[in-house]
Design a binder for this molecule. Structure first.
Ligand code: ADP
Ligand code: MG
Length: 233
């Protein structure tokens, strides 16, 4: 019963589209979970439902085995959407000051980790995709929340930068934070996550640790991608 987050028979439709079909999942405290699968699998919808921004048609989401209102959720989790339109004319330093004014300066170490000092005097609209993503990550990690939901956090980074971002997430995870990440690149997920939810067409195809999934599909020397292919065949 040490699951911090439970989804119980969650369904979501948009018109005639079944975005999520009867999803039941449990997430243990302290994991870095990867929701993986191709575009349209339902990954973003799942994160939005956990965050409380989208309501399921059926089913429930429980935190510590209890239902939480939208406001209660915002106290324990932070959610980084895939697209977040930051005010283009704001300077990075203004956003940082704003975050510190809300949460205090406990997130100061994140500025170094995310290398944001170098762009303090730049406006959001002048930033590369990777640096915009770093600002989004700064916003999501600053509040010291217990559960961090990140939708496609590695978009916009080259392989070296991605390693840095993996490091930032791992450091925060070592402080006890639980991560649920939506990732469409299976090889990225394999490098950072220690629990996987494989999704396709709104359904969970399989879930577990990589070791468990490999055993389930009898592919011991395989990558996550090969496991997923086997799971779908
Ligand atoms: P993923 O993040 O895995 O790419 P999504 O959760 O974004 O998947 O989408 C799952 C399905 O739901 C897709 O078929 C998508 O087109 C549909 N969908 C998502 N959001 C909406 C929306 N706001 N209105 C209508 N259909 C949507
Ligand atoms: Mg998505």
């Amino acid at each position: 019963m040490n699951e911090i987050l439970l989804l119980n028979k969650v369904c979501k439709t948009y018109g005639k589209t079944f975005a999520l079909k009867n999803i039941s999942l449990g997430f243990k405290k302290g994991i870095i979970a990867g929701i993986v699968g191709p575009n349209g699998a339902g990954k973003s919808t799942l994160l939005k439902i956990i965050a409380g921004y989208v309501s399921p048609n059926r089913g429930e989401v429980l935190f510590f085995n209890k239902r939480f209102s939208f406001m209660e959720r915002q106290k324990i989790l932070s959610y980084m959407p895939e697209t977040l339109d930051l005010y283009p004319d704001f300077y990075v330093s203004e956003i940082v000051d704003f975050v510190f004014s809300i949460y205090g300066e406990s997130g100061k170490n994140l500025l170094d980790a995310l290398k944001l000092h170098s762009v303090f005097d730049k406006k959001i609209k002048q930033l590369s995709k990777g640096f915009k993503q770093r600002v989004k990550l700064f916003l999501s990690l600053s509040g010291n929340k217990e559960i961090i939901l990140l939708d496609e956090p590695f978009d916009g980074f080259d392989p070296l930068q991605m390693k840095e971002i993996f490091g930032v997430i791992k450091t925060e995870n070592e402080k006890g934070k639980t991560f649920v990440l939506s990732i469409h690149h299976l090889n990225h997920a394999e490098k950072i996550c220690n629990y996987f939810v494989l999704m396709k067409d709104g359904e969970v195809v399989s879930c577990g640790t990589l070791e468990r999934l490999k055993k389930n599909y009898g592919v011991l020397d395989s990558s996550l991608e090969e496991v997923f292919e086997r799971a779908l065949s």
